[in-house]
Each structure stands twice: as C-alpha cells, then as structure tokens.
Ligand binder design. Structure first.
Ligand code: IFM
Length: 746
C-alpha cells in the first residue's frame, strides 16, 4: 500500500501489480534518462528500464520505440549462495520510497536466512547536473557469520516491449584501482542500436569499504552483461557499503565520454555529487514550485506532479544549438506509446514550462520545427499539401502511429484505427501553442527561425483538407477524429473546426504583424514557400468557415449526427463489455454507437476558447457532456476542471483537479487499450494539474506580456504562491480567496 507524505511517497507492496505500478510511481530521471522504480536485482519480468530520451530503434517490423539501456546499477546479493530477491520466500520486510524533492529513490528490504537477518538498504538517483550519471549507495547488513556474494555490474537482461534494440556488444574491463584500502572496479560495455547504429556506451564503477572481508573477486562477462563478483567472508554483524556509479552515453565518442564521466565521479565522490545534485533541484524548486496553503493533500499531489515533469524535461538539449527534443506521452517511464510525442506536450505540458522555464517551451517548438519535413511528407502521403504533423511523433517527424494501433482482445488480431490518418487537429494544436508561447514571452525570434513557416505550412494543410459545401455555402472539415477517440471519422468535430479556424486567424494576424514590423522577412517567406495564392484563399475561408453552434438548449453538438447516437449511461455501455480490456472505440467498440465519449472534447474547446462563449453555454455543455464522458484518457479531467473554474464552480472543479494530480500516485488509469499496454506515467495529467491549480483556481493568464489573475480558489485552499518568468523578469504571485499580489522577485 502506498503512503504519501510531504515530499515523499513510499510503498511496501510486492505483488506483480505493485511492482508494475511502483516502476512508474517511483520513477527517477533527469531529462536524459528515466529509470523505473524497481529494485536493484530486478528480473526482466519486473520491467526494469533506463529509458533514453530521444533515442529510438526498430526491431524487425515491430513498433519503433525508445531504447532501454543496459543497467549499470544492477546489484544482486547472495547470502550463503542463495540470491536475495525482494519478495522471495525469505523476505521479512520491504519498502521502497521516492523523495520527490530531490529525485532520490530508496529501498529497504530484509530477509530471514535460517534465523539470521540480512538486509539491504539502497539509495539511488539520476544526477540532475551530470545527466549521463546514475549514483547509488548500497548497504548490506548481515546478522552474523555468513558468506556474502555480490554481483554488480552492467546488466543486459532488461525487457523491451518490442525489442531487442542493441547489438555489436563489446566489453571493456579496466584494471582495478586500489587506494587506501578502497578498491574501484570499472567495467564498460559498448554497443549500438540495430536500426540506425547509434553508439551507446555504459560504464559502471563499484567502490567498497570493508576490504578486510573480501575473500575473492573477479570480473565475469557473458551474454547477460559484465559484472564484478565479490565474495565477502563475514564473521559477525557487519555492514558493507558499496558506492556504485553508472554512466550512459550516446555521443559519437561515447566510450571515452562515459569512461571520463565515471572517473570524474569517482574523484568527486558520493557526498559532493549529491550536494551538486541537490543544489540543482533547489534551484528548480525555487522557480518551479507551487505552494498551496490549507490543503495538505493537494500540496503533496501538485509537487509530485511537477516532480514528474522535471525528471522528463530534456534540459540538456535546450541551449538551442543542436537537436531539440520534446516530451513523450508517457515521459521516460517506459516504451509505452512508442516513446512518441503527442499533442499532450503542446496543450497540457507546455503551459507550465512557458511560465517557469520558457527556454524549455521554446525547445518543444523547435522540436516541431525540426520535424516539419516529416510533417510535409505525411501530408503528401495522404494527398494533401502543407504540414500534417505526426500523431505519434518520434525524432524525424515520421509518424510512429500504426494503422492498426489496437489489438482485439478476442481474436488477438490488429484492428484498423484512424488516429494516424484523421487526428488532424495535431497540426493546429502545435500552432495554437506557438501563439501562446509568443504571447507569453514576446519572443518572435522563434517565428523567424522556422515557427512562421510551420504555421503557414499547417494553414496550407488545412486549406487543402477543407470541404466546401455548396449547399450551405461554407467551408467544413470532414472525416476527422477529435479528442474523443471513440468516435472515428466524423464530420465537423466542434473542437477540430475551432482549432483549424484558429490556425487561419493566427497565420493572418502574424502576417499582418510582420508586414508592419519586418516586411522583408514575411514577404520573402511567402515567396519562398509560394504561399501567395494560399493567403488569398485563406482570407476567403475565414469568412465562410463553419463552426458548430449551440442548439436551442445551448449545447454544441460534438460532431454532425452525434445527437442521433444512442443516449445511454456510461454504466450501460460498461455493462456491455465482454472483457475488461476491450477497447471502447473503433468499428466494434461498445461506445462507438452511443453518445459516451472517451475524453473532454467540446469541453476542451470551451476551455481553450472560453472568451468566445458566454457562461450559460459553458455551463450547459459541462452539464451535458460530463454525464457522457468516460474519462478514459488522462487528458480529460483537467479540461473539465478548467471549465468548471471558469464558470465559477471551483468546488466542482476540485475532484477533477485531484484526479489529474494524483493519477501517478494512485496508479488508477487505463492500463490497456485492447491488448496493447498503455501504462506508465502521465505527463499530460501532471501538466493538467498545474493548469488547473494556476490557470483554473488562480485564474492566471498572460496576454501579450500582461499577467492577469482572477482568484477562484476552492473552499479548502487559503492561499497559493507560484512563480512566473516573463520577458526576462521573475514574478512571485500570491493568490488568496479574494485578493492577489504580483511582486517582482529580487
Ligand atoms: O494524446 C492522447 C490522446 O488524446 C488520448 N489517447 C492517449 C494519447 C497520449 O496520451
């Protein structure tokens, strides 16, 4: 059972499900790598993983997915020749914990060995400054005379969902370094990914005290990795401390770099490394924290959510020189969803970073700019022009989403899904997010450096996608999937139509802005990409564009014909399932013929474009759609929360906020879509929790560099404090129930 305290979450569970959940719940990372919260002696079935950000590989014709590195911290202890594994029949106690202030995972396990106690306590973290580095302190205690074997090194026995991904292994053994009764043992391994031959080096160093007990030691290597094998002859109650460093590198000169990292860390030592790591976290919390007074649970949940965003944010590539990276839908918690980037980043995660680390938000945009060519190729593939971004984007902008993204539970056969072909709103979400970034930061250089071209290409894509209805004399958007993925290939999805219109409006307003401020740039661009005719067409389209309107009840129909679908309860639809893992959408899904939707759709549109609609319309739609939303996606709850806040019902928003903020604590989310595993952490919900707390409850917004606050705190909350970086200045904002202050931070 998990327990949540201030800055700490712990769990003592050992069941298969606990192990899977804790892998996510106790995740550590630093934006370069994510390490699942499993024990140090984990078996492949425990899903140990050290996921590398932005490195992908494809095995055969299986799904491309992020690479899981060999594990340099692997440690297995045996007492009197019997391996100690958490959960084996001799286990007496076991607890794992995560200090989410400093990203430190710890475990403490004890065993009964023929009446004597043996225990292991370990602490480990992914270094926040030296991002290639993992550090671990591992203490073994034995209650009396025994023989202890330690097998520590680089373990290749890890599990890929669609692997294996690495080959051409070479082991590197270093001579041991003995200094003042301390021995440092360094082992290394080099390999490369199978598809693109990306080099990967992993080094591991083991340092130990209590040399007097060492009976024997050797290095062994085989197909499962390279290990130091130490035998200690223990005569009485003793503690053996091991310090272990792991370095992982994927640069060109990765062997050298990983080895240097290890040697540097050995020199610096555990205490100093930890100090530097903590100082980095202190700095992050100094701007990144949200302080809530009056609600301890919410306080813990929001910090836990923000922690999860920081451990997956690629800080190491944000300087703007090299390749830009973004955040995958399941972060760095595993290979779920192919490690791909969805609209989750732009709409749910970027707002937080825009406020506290604008250079990260700008990196997300640069990532999309770098994938523009892929988006253009995809548009051509489907017979359109312009930029149709990947629904599931990997490093090149090619779409990782397969045509058969769900496996039927009954037949085991792949099912045709249309996410890749029809979730066209992705191109518009990216444009929307660029506009939000520019409005917040005033940084128009991103537009000049590719952002404007992206916007025009996205506009061109939609211009080529539109359908002119001669009957209604208007432009429509047909055959799409909106946020609600249970209803595929629908016409005039209200959300999609609204964001497509936003693209045209944004493109037009930036063109006007540049015509005044930098005509040379914009005229050149329009000429270079031959956008002139499109521009004329776009102006016509804006005037004749169809946006679904509220009906006599004030309700906006989610798509043409939605109201004709069976109107029944979520329970009724659920009761029709023949298997709990059944996918609710697609052609045969239980929700497809009904009005039950997967996630906020019209509600998302109203939350984003609130200014276009009066409060009664928002309330009527909240009321209508809430009963019909299954919240089968972790992106759903926060949109309800935001809209409830906007309509003055913060207490109704509160449970939705909690649902978002605690999702990776409780682990209560869908783990399967058909037979496809979709578990992991939920960065979009983590970002959604911040959105609700700050944009929702504090009524925070930024428009063209001006901060606005409209306090609407839920009953439990007395005060919220947070920081916003804007246009080179740092503001501390305090919001109470009926007041607020915005102060420049010194
Ligand atoms: O982007 C989401 C989508 O909206 C619903 N299915 C899961 C995706 C990744 O989080």
């Amino acid at each position: 059972m998990y327990r949540l305290n201030d800055w700490q979450i712990s769990d003592d569970g050992l069941s298969e499900d606990d192990v899977l959940q804790n892998g996510n719940r106790l995740l550590t990372g630093n934006g370069y790598l994510g390490r699942r919260g499993v024990v140090d002696e984990a078996l492949p079935s425990d899903m140990p993983a050290t996921i590398l950000s932005g490195i992908y590989d494809r095995h055969g014709d299986l799904w491309r997915e992020p690479v899981n590195s060999p594990d340099p911290l692997y440690t297995l202890v045996s007492v009197d020749e019997k391996p100690l594994r958490a959960g084996d029949e001799r286990t007496v106690s076991h607890e794992q914990a995560l200090d989410f202030r400093y990203g430190i995972y710890s475990r403490s396990t004890s065993w009964n060995i023929n009446g004597k106690k043996a225990a292991v306590k370990a602490q480990r973290y992914a270094h926040m400054e030296d991002v290639n580095l993992l550090c671990m302190r591992y203490v073994i205690s034995s209650g009396g005379q025994c023989k202890i074997n330690v097998r520590q090194g680089i373990n290749r026995e890890i599990k890929d969902l669609n692997g294996p991904h690495l080959g051409n292994f070479r082991y590197i053994e270093q001579s041991q370094l003995k200094q003042n009764d301390i021995t440092q043992r360094i082992k290394g391994l080099s390999c490369e990914t199978l598809e693109k031959k990306i080099p990967l080096s992993v080094f591991s160093a083991l340092v130990n005290d209590k040399m007097q007990y060492i009976k024997e030691e050797k290095i062994s290597n085989s197909d499962d990795g390279i290990f130091s094998c130490l035998t200690f002859d223990i005569v009485n109650d003793t503690e053996i401390e091991l310090i272990i460093y792991g370095a992982i590198n994927t640069e060109k000169e990765c062997v050298k770099a990983a080895e240097e990292q290890i040697k540097k860390s050995l020199n610096e030592g555990w205490e100093n490394l930890l100090k530097r790591h903590k100082a980095k976290w202190d700095k992050i919390w100094n701007t990144g924290d949200v302080v809530i007074e009056g609600d301890e649970y919410a306080q813990r949940c929001i910090r836990y959510s923000l922690y999860h965003l920081w451990i997956i944010a690629p800080r190491y590539t944000e300087n703007g020189n090299g390749r830009a990276l973004s955040i995958p839908a399941r972060g760095l918690s595993g290979q779920t969803y192919k490690g791909a980037i969805f609209w989750d980043t732009e709409m749910f995660i970027a707002p937080y970073f825009r406020s506290v680390r604008p250079q990260m938000a700008s990196q997300f945009i640069r990532y999309r700019i770098q994938t523009l060519e892929g988006a253009k190729k995809k548009a051509v593939e489907y017979g359109f022009r312009g930029a149709f971004f990947a629904w599931e984007s990997q490093e090149s902008g090619d779409d990782a989403c397969s045509d058969f993204n769900v496996t039927d539970v009954f037949t085991g056969r792949p099912v045709r899904t249309y996410f890749r072909d029809k979730q066209i709103h992705i191109s518009a979400d990216i444009v929307y997010s660029i506009q939000e970034y520019v409005s917040h930061t005033g940084d128009t250089s991103i537009l000049i450096e590719g952002g404007m071209e992206l916007i025009l290409e996205a506009a061109r894509f939609f211009l080529s996608y539109l359908y002119y209805s001669p009957e209604h004399k208007r432009y429509e958007v047909l055959d799409v999937i909106g946020p609600d993925e249970y209803h595929e290939r629908v016409n005039n999805n209200a959300f999609t139509n609204r964001v497509v219109l936003a693209v045209f409006e944004i493109a037009r307003s930036y063109i006007e802005m540049f015509q005044k401020e930098n005509p040379l740039f914009i005229n050149d661009l329009i000429k270079r990409i031959s956008f002139n005719d499109d521009l004329e067409f776009m102006k016509t389209v804006i005037d004749k564009f169809y946006l679904p309107q509220p009906d006599s009840r004030g309700i906006i129909e989610q798509f043409d014909g939605y109201f004709r679908h069976e109107d029944c309860s979520i329970e009724t639809v659920r009761s029709r399932l023949k298997d709990p893992k059944e996918y609710w959408g697609c052609s045969g899904g239980v929700a497809t013929p009904t009005q039950i939707i997967k996630q906020a759709d019209v509600v998302t549109m109203l939350a984003l474009f609130g200014g276009d609609y009066p409060a009664e319309i928002k309330k009527a739609n909240l009321d209508y759609y809430e009963k019909r939303t299954e919240h089968g996606s972790s992106l759903s709850a926060c949109m309800y929360a935001l809209l409830y806040c906007e309509t003055g019902s913060s207490d109704k928003a509160y449970p939705f906020f909690i649902k978002s903020a605690e999702i990776d604590i409780t682990g209560k989310s869908k783990h399967f879509a058909g037979l496809v595993y979709i578990g992991g952490t939920h960065p979009a919900a983590n970002g959604g929790a911040w959105l609700t707390a700050i944009h929702g409850f504090c009524g925070f917004s930024v428009c063209n560099g001006e901060i606005k606050i409209k306090p609407r705190l839920p009953s439990l909350w007395n005060k919220v404090k947070f920081t916003c970086l804007m246009r080179g200045e740092e503001f501390e904002i305090t919001v109470t129930k009926d007041n607020y202050s915005i102060c420049k931070k010194q």
